[in-house]
Ligand binder design. Structure first.
Ligand SMILES: [Zn+2]
Length: 294
């Protein structure tokens, strides 16, 4: 058995472990049962906000898996970053995220908040990373290798296992983004209805909100593009939602991030900044909410 086989077998075993996790098994079952229904009858941003701020909504904050995974909404139950952090600025020597980011990852591992790191095939963030680094037209194999290589080296450095999650072959069906500063949000909790599917971002991994803007941009690109539900799925009445979930203990954490997202979308006349998505501005809505958690 070559060392490579060892890694593969271990990875497969861990993938099986996570798929036998009740949270994820339920997600898979739920996904099949309700995917079509949610697509036909998605909750609006007002309905989602009201639910998440209600007593009933507390069930969406009962805990989550201690795995960092892609923000891809077909993953669930853990922390989310684009490509598990593949777009973070890298250190030239280690080719891992720069020190200021690594310190937070290491701290979360030390505190028992992060136990596994995952990667998945056909990762849009891994593809974007290659495009930004001299490979304008990467093959699917190159994309998969980039995602796996980064996650494996990163997890090895952190001393935690790396797993592959299977996102299936269905198109993206996210209708928005949940940006969770509570560290407890789980859109597919046990014994609770799945929320309308969205990308999940965990901004506590860095307060570098310029970086988080790049993740928001990737999410909008996917959702409004050919691999997502597409522009025609969004209307003024039922727009793409961006829900900033505040921690009641640290309501200041997001600062002016909502304004920054607005600028990213529509631009800013005062500073003559051009927006990335001015054509979609009536089809995207941002809302900050505060759940009733203690
Ligand atoms: Zn991905």
């Amino acid at each position: 058995m070559s060392p490579q086989d060892g890694i593969t077998n271990e990875t497969e075993k861990q993938a099986q472990d996570i798929m036998s996790n009740p949270l994820l098994a339920e997600k898979a079952q739920l996904a099949h049962e309700v995917r079509e229904q949610i697509k036909l009858n998605p909750m609006t941003i007002e309905q989602l906000s009201t639910l998440l701020e209600s007593e009933e909504g507390l069930k969406y904050f009962e805990g989550k898996l201690k795995v960092l995974q892609c923000m891809d909404g077909r993953n669930n139950g853990g922390d989310g970053m684009a490509g598990s952090g593949i777009l973070l600025k890298r250190d030239e020597t280690t080719n891992l995220p720069i020190r200021k980011y690594m310190e937070i990852f290491e701290k979360r591992v030390a505190e028992g908040k992060l136990e596994k790191l995952s990667w998945h095939k056909d990762c849009g963030a891994a593809k974007l990373y290659l495009k930004q680094h001299g490979n304008p037209n990467p093959t699917p194999e190159e994309v998969n290798n980039a995602a796996k290589d980064f996650a494996t080296r990163f997890a090895n450095h952190l001393g935690i296992p790396v797993i592959e999650t299977n996102n299936g072959t269905e198109n993206h069906d996210e209708r928005g983004i949940y940006i969770d500063a509570t560290d407890r949000f789980n859109e597919v909790p046990k014994n609770a209805e799945q929320l309308t599917n969205g990308f999940v971002l965990s901004p506590l991994y860095t307060d570098d909100f310029e970086y988080h803007l790049t993740e928001v941009k990737v999410a909008i690109d996917i959702a409004f593009g050919d691999h997502g539900v597409g522009e025609s799925a969004f209307t003024k009445e039922n727009p793409f939602f961006i829900i900033l979930i505040k921690d009641p203990k640290h309501p200041e954490y997001f600062g002016n991030f909502a304004n920054k997202i607005n600028e990213l979308i529509s631009g800013n006349e005062d500073t003559e900044t051009k927006g990335e998505f001015p054509q979609f501005k009536d089809k995207i809505r941002i809302k900050s909410i505060t759940p009733k958690i203690q």
